[in-house]
Design a protein around this ligand. Structure first.
Ligand SMILES: CC(C)(COP(=O)(O)OP(=O)(O)OC[C@H]1O[C@@H](n2cnc3c(N)ncnc32)[C@H](O)[C@@H]1OP(=O)(O)O)[C@@H](O)C(=O)NCCC(=O)NCCS
Ligand SMILES: [Zn+2]
Length: 221
């Protein structure tokens, strides 16, 4: 397995389509089940529910059922990381197949509040982490289901965090789902991250953060 840094603005089309495919395959299965969705009511289905979609004739609420993560949206997410201080990595198998990805960038507490539409987050982060204004926003992380459990995700996350530490960032955060708990929720909670914001509601999205100033990052594994 090779770990390769990529630059969103210099990425070639074939690598971009590999990353998009990997992203879609990571999120179309349990627990995310983000394969198809109804734009009107927000219902979504995983790839294992293909029969349901067929039974519906591909229509819900009178509208055609759509891709949950269309390529354009994924590209938009990647392009948000176009900056010198972003950190974007992929795990590539011999032959060029992308089996894992991660990206993120520094963000200010105010940008974070606007992005997540959480007004109180600035105060909450200040209470937890003092006056720090620049936060390492660990945006996306995924490994193809058939390659999970082999420390590929751990290596990608470590490479990204090492970049952020090298840039002097002192606080790292990410958002995820607590109920049912995502793998990152379980893993990062064990790794010293604490919930600093909870969205409430049925999806139970939470924001976790930790101080990284004294965090020894192990990149060689
Ligand atoms: C999260 C993800 C990237 C982890 O990748 P991975 O390569 O399988 O993970 P690793 O093998 O590197 O394991 C990393 C840590 O997670 C833990 N972990 C992995 N799979 C787990 C599982 N199913 N349940 C609980 N913990 C798990 C491991 O124990 C390990 O921690 P440890 O070394 O301290 O014991 C992968 O599960 C994935 O792509 N999931 C779907 C997408 C997703 O949820 N992305 C994050 C959105 S917030
Ligand atoms: Zn609907």
């Amino acid at each position: 397995m090779e770990y390769v840094r990529f630059y969103p603005d210099g990425i070639n089309a074939s690598l971009l389509s590999e990353i998009i495919l990997c992203y879609q395959r990571v999120f179309e299965v349990y627990p995310w089940n983000e394969w198809k969705k109804c734009r009107a009511c927000g219902t979504h289905w995983g790839i294992s529910e293909r029969k349901i979609i067929d039974g519906l004739g591909g229509v819900h609420c009178g509208l055609p059922i759509e891709e949950y993560h269309p390529a354009g949206k994924i590209i938009e997410s990647i392009k948000k990381s176009v900056s010198d201080d972003a950190s974007c990595w992929i795990a590539v198998q011999f032959g060029g197949k992308v089996v894992g990805f991660t990206w993120g960038r520094p963000i200010t507490a105010a940008q974070l509040a606007a992005r997540l539409e959480i007004t109180k987050i600035t105060e909450k982060m200040r209470a937890e982490f003092g006056g720090r204004t620049h936060i390492a926003f660990q945006h996306e992380l995924g490994v193809l289901p058939e390659h999970q459990g082999r420390k590929i995700g751990k290596k990608l996350a470590a490479l990204r965090l090492a970049d952020f530490k090298a840039r002097g960032l002192e606080t790292a955060m990410f958002t995820t789902q607590r109920t049912p708990p995502s793998v990152t929720y379980l893993w990062f909670s064990k790794d010293g991250y604490r919930v600093v914001f909870e969205s409430g509601g049925s999806t139970d999205r939470v924001l976790l953060a930790r101080d990284i100033t004294n965090y020894e990052i192990q990149v060689d594994m």
